[in-house]
Design a protein around this ligand. Sequence first.
Ligand code: PEP
Ligand code: MN
Length: 338
Amino acid sequence: MLVVMKSGATETEFERVLKKIESFRFRAKISNDANCTSIDIIDGDGSIATAIFENFAGVAETIQTTKPYKLASRNSIQKKSVVKVGATEIGGAELTIIGGVCAVETPEQAFTVAEAVKKSGAKLFRGGAFKPRTSPYGFQGLGEESLQILAEIRAHFGLQIVTEAMDNEQVDLVEKYGDMIQIGTRNMQNFSLLKRVGKSHLPVLLKRGLSATLDEFLFAAEYIIAEGNRNVVLCERGIRTFANHSRNTLDLSIVPAVQKVSHLPIIVDPSHGTGKNYMVAALARAGVAVGADGLLIEIHPSPENALSDGEQSLLPEQYLELVKQVKAIHDVLSPVEV
Ligand code: PEP
Ligand code: MN
């Protein structure tokens, strides 16, 4: 943060500002130019609000100069990060498709969808074992049994497994069976869970919170990276707004916004972002056009019988057609550097 002093600021006024900075255990660097003198607060972690200095005598204005999340920001790493899930790269030249089922219901259901995912050329399979349901009476997932089915899918199709953990114990299980840990929207600010996955050897797919701002989203990523796990992929999955024509409002503007300030890859989930089968393809195409590194798509062999998220699930043949379309869009855009 920069504290710009008025041209006639007195020495006592300077001293007061410097003492305050010292009281937060941060260092200050004074710079003079022809028009004004300013004090740069260095070592700051963003915890001091600019407002604190605004009412100090002698202060002309305060300016937030750097992003307070350091490890997730482009100030720390200028080049885009590529996150590896097994041999698959997210954030590199190729578009990443994560296809799969909302919840693993039966081996047949999961294998049918995995077959379509494999056929599409995608490398990552998503299947829910622990489901964060709004109602406690909703299908909660098959737990470890699902993870065993997912491990069979990996062995059979050579697909890498992405699956959600909602607490620390579930992270232990996902580490045993899976290849990437999903943190769902409802847990984006579950800080002890973020710290736990920050210690994991597996990459993390971090979904944006239902009402999270860009800064809150990146702070959540910062929690993970600060524990040592740099392999974080962000996922826009829609936010809660007044609009009720879709389940959530897919906020595609967050993609270039993230890319401007962060080096982390970001993918788009048009399934939860819209909640409607008929909207998924349109928003998936838009997500790729806006520059996302990949997509997360839910598929079900008979959506009307799905135990969760049937309304938004694509049929395998709809999914296969969509993958063709988004690959074509990505090919047109691939020379564009972000
Ligand atoms: C899911 O991916 O099935 C899921 C529950 O996602 P979200 O956390 O975005 O609601
Ligand atoms: Mn779902």
